[in-house]
Design a binder for this molecule. Structure first.
Ligand code: ATP
Ligand code: MG
Length: 255
């Protein structure tokens, strides 16, 4: 069977230092994966390799069975993979509507000739309005992104990330900097807007990880040392030793 996303013995050197050291991962379509691991383990670098910002030193990245390493980020995006960044990635001087419509138009632009593109503008506007409702920003439709609250900006960013209709979504620390309440609200939003899609999210908050993920990938020192259901990862002695022991205890203590 074909995986939505597959990493095969992926490696990346920066200078002489090997940062990604033979990472393996095979994600089924529609699965929600949380990627956890210590600071500097290589989680964002993995996302950069998958999304085409960085080229692997060796190994392969397959998207729906197609080899994508070496392709440009926009080519990979057009093949159905979209990512958000650890830092916010929206146009501050554009409104909510305009930001989302950019994402929608981008996805239409390559499929149609100019004249057909014009005839599709109504569709684009409709799709944009639907996205605004999906991310819960109806009342902020015409507000400039710069004037949104932090949580609203992150919601907008999720909207921009899914606007092009990608079926594999990568989110790098989507709840960073949010309060507990904002985080809970935001995770519900992410679940809602990614129904039926394949989701990989880097997350440090173990409560969020265990609530969101079908499977957890544990990245330590440039390798995926475990990839399994939350229950199995929780029970994995190697994971406990390397990383998770105290973090899991914290998350359970909080219940
Ligand atoms: N462009 C680069 N050039 C050189 N070294 C880099 C580059 N990008 C990342 N690194 C190094 O690679 C390692 C992995 O970094 P990365 O950002 O992928 O970690 P991370 O798991 O996302 O960490 P965090 O949880 O803090 O976000 C770090 O030691 C980092 O300093
Ligand atoms: Mg990171």
């Amino acid at each position: 069977m074909t995986y939505a996303l597959e990493l095969k013995d992926l490696r990346k050197n920066f200078g002489k230092t090997e940062i990604i050291r033979g990472a393996q991962l095979a994600v089924n379509a529609g699965e929600r994966i949380a990627i956890i691991g210590p600071n500097g383990a290589g989680k964002s670098t993995l996302f950069n390799l998958i999304s085409g910002r960085l080229t692997p030193t060796s190994g392969d990245v397959l998207l729906n069975g197609q080899r994508i390493n070496g392709k440009k980020p926009y080519e990979i995006n057009r093949l159905g993979l979209s990512r958000s960044f650890q830092i916010t990635n929206i146009f501050p001087k554009l409104s909510v509507f305009e930001n989302l419509r950019c994402g929608v138009l981008w996805s239409l632009g390559y499929k149609y000739t100019f004249l057909r593109f014009l005839s599709r503008l109504d569709d684009a506007n409709e799709r944009t309005e639907a996205l605004i409702r999906q991310v819960g920003l109806e009342r902020k439709r015409d507000v400039l992104a710069v004037n949104l609250t932090y949580a609203e900006q992150r919601a907008l960013e999720i909207g921009v990330t899914i606007a092009g209709g990608a079926d594999v979504i990568l989110l790098d620390e989507p709840t960073a900097g949010m309060s507990k309440t904002e985080t809970a609200h935001f995770i519900a939003l992410i679940k809602h807007v990614t129904v039926g899609k394949t989701l990989l999210t880097v997350e440090h908050d173990m409560g969020v990880v265990f609530g969101l993920a079908d499977k957890i990938a544990v990245v330590v020192y440039g390798e995926v040392i475990a990839f399994d259901t939350p229950a199995a990862v929780r029970a994995n002695a190697r994971v406990q030793e390397a990383y998770l022991g105290s973090a899991v205890a914290d998350a359970q203590g909080g219940h």
